[in-house]
Design a protein around this ligand. Structure first.
Ligand SMILES: [Fe+2]
Length: 367
């Protein structure tokens, strides 16, 4: 793809570097300004890019890209190549995804042994476990979420909102939910959650007081504007890969899920890899799994698996409580009350802009 796109030149301070490809190999020439696309980026922006702290989308949202030739589309074509060159993150290719003969649509009973669950999660990048919580436990949690949703107000820093078809506002996400509910906190710290969140790495830990803590997703039905229906993305789509991947999100299915109520869609085996920005142009052979679930089931996903949360086809109102388990590096970079976008942008008021409907892919989130 990049051979057709043409070369890419970066101007970083006084330095200039051009990447080019003949279709078989990529070359890099310091001092050359010969790229079909040329972009100026700050030294900090370049360092963030190389260190996998920011992506091109992240730099774009920070207004750090100044194009001299070409535009963002050409830059995005190069991103998987540069992530491989800079950090060894391979480009996703369905023909290389080794699913180990496993069924990507499989679900597992809660008493399945840890090794089997870990193998499925490590292979697919996600996992569906049935019957982890009882219907009664989910009903009790839903009553508590009803209470929190009733208290939520736009702009309270504790919730996300969308505009519905009839122009009214509706809450679509409660964040830091366990900081104001002892009942939800008890679920967050439940050994059943910890077991599933640490299947691959026992050192991962929950972060209730940062990265928006434990969040409750509420799928609003109909055509909404705002970040309720999130297009295909990786949770490190704007950046932060170096400090929070491979975080693991445990999704407690409070209502169960279906296409009608809203469900999670995933690309099996896509975690740990770089994906093209223009995902709608993906090859036909890319597999997609929609995870339907019952109340009390749990989904687990590695945050850089490619996933989406499409618009409900029917009644909507799927509720999922996401308890994310992070690598220790997170605590070195993100303080209490901070989220990744605060850090990279250092302009907190502009984080709100990221949440506008025009923000496109890559918004940091757990669904
Ligand atoms: Fe997500």
């Amino acid at each position: 793809m990049v051979a057709a796109t043409g070369g890419l030149t970066f101007h970083v301070g006084e330095d200039t570097i051009t990447y080019s490809s003949d279709g078989a190999s990529v070359s890099c020439e310091v001092g050359s300004d010969g790229g079909a696309t040329a972009v100026r980026v700050s030294r900090q922006g370049w360092d963030d890019l190389v260190a996998q702290m920011s992506t091109f989308v992240g730099l774009l949202l920070r207004d750090e890209l100044e194009f001299e030739r070409g535009g963002f589309g050409q830059l995005a074509d190069w991103e998987p190549v540069l992530r491989y060159l800079h950090a060894g993150i391979p480009p996703y290719d369905p023909s290389r995804a080794d699913l180990q003969g496993r069924d990507p649509a499989a679900s597992f009973a809660a008493d399945t042994e840890d090794g089997e669950l870990a193998a499925q999660l490590g292979t697919m990048g996600y996992l569906h476990v049935t019957g982890v919580f009882s219907r009664e436990e989910m009903a009790e949690a839903n009553r508590e979420i009803d209470r929190l949703a009733e208290l939520a107000r736009p702009g309270d820093d504790q919730s996300w909102w969308v505009t519905t078809e009839d122009g009214t506002s509706a809450v679509c996400r409660l964040v830091y939910a366990t900081l104001r509910s002892s009942l939800l906190a008890s679920i967050e710290s439940d050994p059943r959650v910890r077991r599933l969140g640490t299947l691959l790495d026992p050192t991962l830990d929950i972060a209730p007081d940062r990265m928006e803590g434990t969040a409750v997703l509420i799928k609003v039905p109909g055509r909404t504007s705002g970040l309720s229906n999130i297009p295909w993305h990786q949770d490190c789509g704007t950046g932060g890969h170096a400090i929070f991947c491979p975080a693991v999100a445990v999704g407690i299915q409070l209502t169960g899920s279906s296409a009608a109520t809203g469900n999670l869609q995933v690309v099996p085996g896509s975690h740990g890899q770089a994906l093209r920005y223009r995902w709608q142009e993906r090859p036909d052979e890319v597999p997609v799994v929609s995870i339907d679930s019952q109340p009390g089931d749990v989904t687990v996903h590695i945050q850089d698996v490619m996933h989406a949360s499409p618009r409900p086809t029917g009644a909507g109102h799927r509720r999922t409580m996401y308890v994310t388990h992070y690598p220790a590096a997170l605590w070195d970079h993100i303080g209490p009350g901070e989220a990744f976008n605060d850090l990279v942008r250092n302009r907190t008021e502009e984080v709100a802009d990221l949440r506008r409907p025009s923000s496109g892919p890559g918004q940091e989130s757990t669904d």
